[in-house]
Design a binder for this molecule. Structure first.
Ligand code: TPP
Ligand code: MG
Length: 418
């Protein structure tokens, strides 16, 4: 396992540009990181995100365990089965949500299809006392933190603003403004340090912040990185590079692999196969432990792929390269664990039947809940602004209720249930 001394590593000189390249290649720009490259080579390198020496992988797409010099993982058959079960169940919840949206029962859905390993690996790496700051697609991390999918369905049905307990679950509310949560997470982690909550790897606290590849172009990530670096904040920045920010592809965000950006801020960056739940688990577990012992922050770039639309309002066939999806299907995060379990004799068919039955039950429960979800009264949103009532919000509520009541004589009543 790599480990660092917090002070000395932060002042360690950062390696700079590689050798001068052949005529015609670009030198003296961002292109010559790790040697000189043509723009085409850089883009090709960015696209080849599931390969390369710098990618931490413990389970190949073919389901074979491989070793890594820095990141080992001892894992029992029961733990492997449990990770597989998590991924199957969150995928099923995700597929059910998409179907419900198409049937008009949810207003919108942000699919996680393809990103299960990144999210379950990271979520299961967290200790109970750690805190997560998600964006809007972290349904798998929510699952690991004990947030029921019905709570998330409520948001996407438009009847809830997020009502789980962020402190009790260690999972903050979804953030739609990209990527505001980097600031929230950095501030929270600075608080953990100032309150003396870091120290030992087991019992101390750390923070993990989730965001996407597109988010890295926003100022909030830069500000979060700077503050976290100079205050040694115990925060893991977990970037799910799913190759797209709606219709903007990765080469519109960066000219270097994203994990390498951490060098410029003075903290380590690691690239992990985000479709490999074992590698994601091992690397995130290591990173959170480093943060708990005072060696934060750390950037993890989890290379994965969005195997569905950005949201149900998007049509990726209008911008995605033909064949790309087919290529990534071969790297499916669930399939490689299933193949591994079968090939190594670590699970019987009864186990797979049991998980499939559980997924069916979950889908039925979520559907039934969704279609019978009560519509909240018009006053509810006002009760969510502050913990205690305030005169200004009370006045706004009363005004709105009076306005709302003015419609009753023409028969406009709030829709309830479906
Ligand atoms: C500040 C801000 N600008 C624009 C948007 C609209 N928007 C929503 S998602 C998105 C793309 C985000 O891409 P990425 O960070 O890669 O995350 P992904 O959706 O791929 O998980 C954009 C531009 C927003 N929500 N907030
Ligand atoms: Mg993205």
């Amino acid at each position: 396992m790599p480990s660092r001394n917090p002070r000395s590593s932060h002042s360690r000189p950062v390696p700079v540009a590689g050798p001068v390249g052949p005529p015609g290649s670009l030198v003296g720009t961002a292109m010559d990181i790790d040697g000189s490259h043509t723009p085409e080579q850089v883009i090709a390198g960015l696209r080849a995100t599931s390969e390369g020496e710098d990618l931490v992988q413990l389970l190949t797409p073919e389901g074979q365990r491989v070793s890594h010099p820095q990141f080992g993982l001892d894992i029992s058959p029961a733990e492997l089965q449990s990770l597989y079960r998590d991924m199957v169940l969150v995928r099923r919840a995700d597929r059910e949500a998409k179907a419900l949206q198409r049937q008009g029962e949810l207003g919108l859905w942000a699919p996680l299809l393809g990103q299960e390993a990144a999210q379950i690996g990271a979520g299961r790496a967290m200790a109970p006392q750690d805190m997560a700051f998600p964006s809007y697609r972290e349904h798998g991390v929510a699952w690991c933190r004990g947030v029921d999918p019905t709570e998330i369905f409520g948001i996407f049905r438009g009847v809830d603003q997020g009502s789980w307990d962020p402190i009790g679950t260690g999972f903050q509310l979804y953030t739609i403004v990209i990527p505001n949560q980097c600031l929230h997470a950095t501030g929270y982690a600075m608080g953990q340090r100032l309150d003396g909550k870091i120290g030992d790897a087991q019992n101390a606290e750390a923070t993990i912040c989730f965001f996407g590849d597109g988010a890295t172009s926003q100022g909030d990530v830069h500000e979060g990185f700077v503050w976290a670096a100079v205050y040694d904040a115990p925060v893991v920045f977990f970037c799910q590079n799913n190759q797209w920010a709606i219709s903007a592809s990765l080469d519109r965000q960066t000219r270097v692999p994203l994990y390498q950006r951490a060098r410029g801020y003075g903290f380590p960056g690691i690239r992990v196969d985000g479709n490999d739940v074992l590698a994601t688990l091992a690397v995130t577990r290591w990173a959170l432990r480093e943060c708990r012992t005072g060696n934060g922050p750390i950037l993890i770039e989890a290379c994965t792929y969005r195997m569905d639309a950005h949201t149900t309002s998007d049509d990726p066939t209008r911008y995605q390269v033909a064949g790309e999806l087919e290529e990534w299907k071969l790297k499916d995060p669930l399939e490689r664990v299933r193949v591994h379990l079968v090939r190594e004799g670590l699970a019987e068919s009864a186990f797979f039947d049991g998980v499939a039955a559980e997924a069916d039950e979950l889908a039925v429960r979520l559907r039934n809940y969704c279609i019978s979800m009560p519509a909240p009264g018009p006053e509810r949103i006002f009760s969510k602004v502050y913990a205690e009532p305030t005169p200004a919000v009370d006045a706004a509520r009363d005004g709105y209720l009076a306005y709302h009541a003015s419609f009753t004589d023409v028969g406009t009543t709030p829709r309830s249930g479906r």
